[in-house]
Design a protein around this ligand. Structure first.
Ligand SMILES: C[S@@+](CC[C@H](N)C(=O)[O-])C[C@H]1O[C@@H](n2cnc3c(N)ncnc32)[C@H](O)[C@@H]1O
Length: 153
């Protein structure tokens, strides 16, 4: 992160456990939660993972993913945007996480990510989750990246 932000020189880097944030709530206009995940979306690059990953790997990450998303939402200012991203298409790591976290609070809206990325075709998840974006190797030439965009109220 330091290397990535060094050229501009204007960014401060804070290293912290995202489940125990070292910043005040409502501190940021934009927050990305690029959460740890099974990595099943990168099978085209790491095909051996299909023999190493188990359902237990997915289940074990769920609470951490929900916790990091809750932290990300708390960190955004009213009107600010939050992106929840995984390199996985697995519903338990993607739609279920965002659905569970957002259903439990009334200070966040789910934005229409496929509409906001309208230059990219075929991103919408199946109904009723069409506001979430799912990239696919066979459609988009990318890893199977999931993206939910939220707005803090
Ligand atoms: C998908 S990677 C993010 C990669 C990052 N966006 C980058 O470009 O380097 C998920 C990251 O979350 C980190 N992580 C895991 N648990 C965490 C926690 N409790 N708090 C903060 N980061 C955590 C992992 O170490 C890993 O680097």
């Amino acid at each position: 992160m330091r290397a990535a932000t060094a050229p501009g020189g204007a960014a401060a880097v804070v290293v912290a456990d995202g489940t125990r944030p070292a910043w005040r709530p409502a501190s940021f206009d934009r927050v990305i939660a690029d959460v740890p995940c099974s990595g099943l979306g990168a099978l085209r690059r790491r095909p051996d993972a299909r023999w190493r990953k188990t359902p237990a790997d997915v289940a074990a990450l769920g609470e951490l993913q929900r916790s990091l998303l809750r932290t990300a939402i708390n960190a955004a200012r009213p009107g600010g945007a939050i992106a929840y991203v995984t390199c996985s298409p697995h519903i338990a790591e993607t739609r279920a996480v965002v659905g569970q976290v957002t259903a439990a609070r009334d200070d966040v809206l789910v934005l229409d990510a496929p509409a906001l990325l309208s230059e990219v075709p075929d991103l919408a998840c199946p109904a009723p989750d069409g506001r979430y974006a799912q990239f696919w190797p066979h459609l988009h030439g990318t890893d199977a990246i999931f993206l939910a965009l939220l707005q803090k109220c």
